[in-house]
Write a protein that binds this ligand. Sequence first.
Ligand code: SF4
Ligand code: SF3
Length: 548
Amino acid sequence: MSMFCYQCQEAAKGVGCTIKGVCGKNEDVANLQDLLIYTLKGISQLVLKAEEANVQIPDTSHFIMNGLFVTITNANFDDAAIINQIKTGIALRDEIKAVLSNAGLALEGLHDCATWTPANDEALLEKANAPEVGILATENEDVRSLRELIIYGVKGMAAYAEHAYNLGKSSDEINRFMVKALAATLDDTLTADELVALTLETGKFGVDTMAMLDAANTGTYGNPEITEVNIGVRNNPAILVSGHDLKDFEQLLEQTKGTGVDVYTHGEMLPANYYPAFKKYDNFVGNYGNAWWKQNEEFETFNGPVLFTTNCIVPPKGDQGSRIYTTGASGYPGCKHIVPDENGMKDFTEIIEHAKKLNPPVEIENGTIVGGFAHAQVFALADKVVDAVKTGAIKKFFVMAGCDGRMKSREYYTEFAEQLPQDTVILTAGCAKFRYNKLPLGDIGGIPRVLDAGQCNDSYSLAVIALKLKEIFELNDINELPIAYNIAWYEQKAVIVLLALLYLGVKNIHLGPTLPSFLSPNVAKVLVDTFGIAGIGTVDEDIKLFMA
Ligand code: SF4
Ligand code: SF3
């Protein structure tokens, strides 16, 4: 076996990718990502030592956050970039060790990840392939399952924390938790019960992180509002922006102003259309295309350059790579990566000049879609929504947040949305929405039957809405609300969203299209017994079950 990865929903054969990732990640990149996580664990162990001894050390929080983010599915395929990050990590780790030694601390009992040092690049690559570095190094499958569940949750948390960081918001408690969680995965004395408790604590910090990002996004760009988003095109050269980072999006809009170059969103950037601050740019045209996995096809007809601010990247087809740019945690070999200056400002001139030389996008759809139903907008409609529930016009809400993906079995979600009774409303967030946000599902007394809160992190809005309804209806338990959860997952941000919902006490979540490969039978049983987590069945059966 040359690699082992089972962190996403498309893990080969529902077990794990062992030769090459279904995502396109090759064995070198997979193993280097494992080594990067290994390096972060070593740093974490030292950070905890410094904390215990009350010794001041260099700040590691942004490095750890970014390192975790780089390893998320479809974020970064660039082996050279990951090697650099590992080297920087080792240097940072050794700097901390020097500070601790100077403070008179005996550095005993450290894990190999905190002591191992590569003599050269070759040794580094060799280490990446070493069995002690990979996921399978933990032999007990239940312990491995819990450790990886925690790590994937923390990866999702780190991604959201980095977007907030880019907008000037961070939290010492959240940063500290990431360190604690990473170090805990090295601790062989922890029992399964303690790891389960840590999993729930991960969910708690997931809620805090999403709340922090929500405050950063809405504090900077205003509260998302009901918006009709144009999905057609104009006849100007244009740039397509994908990923989740709003700060990057704002900087690109600023720099394209008055250049004659239009800007469109793709995939998870669609919700940028809902923010008041971006509406003032008249070169911001709307959204082009669908979820991430259709990008090869849709980038072909878009014609212009594409900027990835985060995941999900699909390996470019043909010469598409020549007009793909990456920034932040994302990366792809051969694609130009744009780095910020010391003030976080990025120069997008090259992309803008590139766009001017290319043809305008070809129209693949036209008309509009509606979205912008984050918490503030829904609260503004609260009277209407509450009335509709009281009169029985709305019988049930379905939270269908999460991710989309390429598996055929995801057609389930389109059919499920189509076949839901007319007196139900879908609450969505994340790229899962592309399975049903263009269906003519109508409205209930003016309330659209699909309410899109935004990106996957805006699942937080859906939780805030649920908690508000619980308060309005004076219920004791969030599970007494007429809300069912049928969530689609793909990558690790969906893992933190799931853990956050579990922490908030939400029960009976259905998760599909398949349950995570990284859940061992025993760990899956704990989730089923304690939280009522279930997979999906057929559309008919599931609708009957949910409506009963
Ligand atoms: Fe396979 Fe998913 Fe890992 Fe890619 S991220 S290697 S598809 S399990
Ligand atoms: Fe989608 Fe990648 Fe998860 Fe942010 S863009 S939801 S899959």
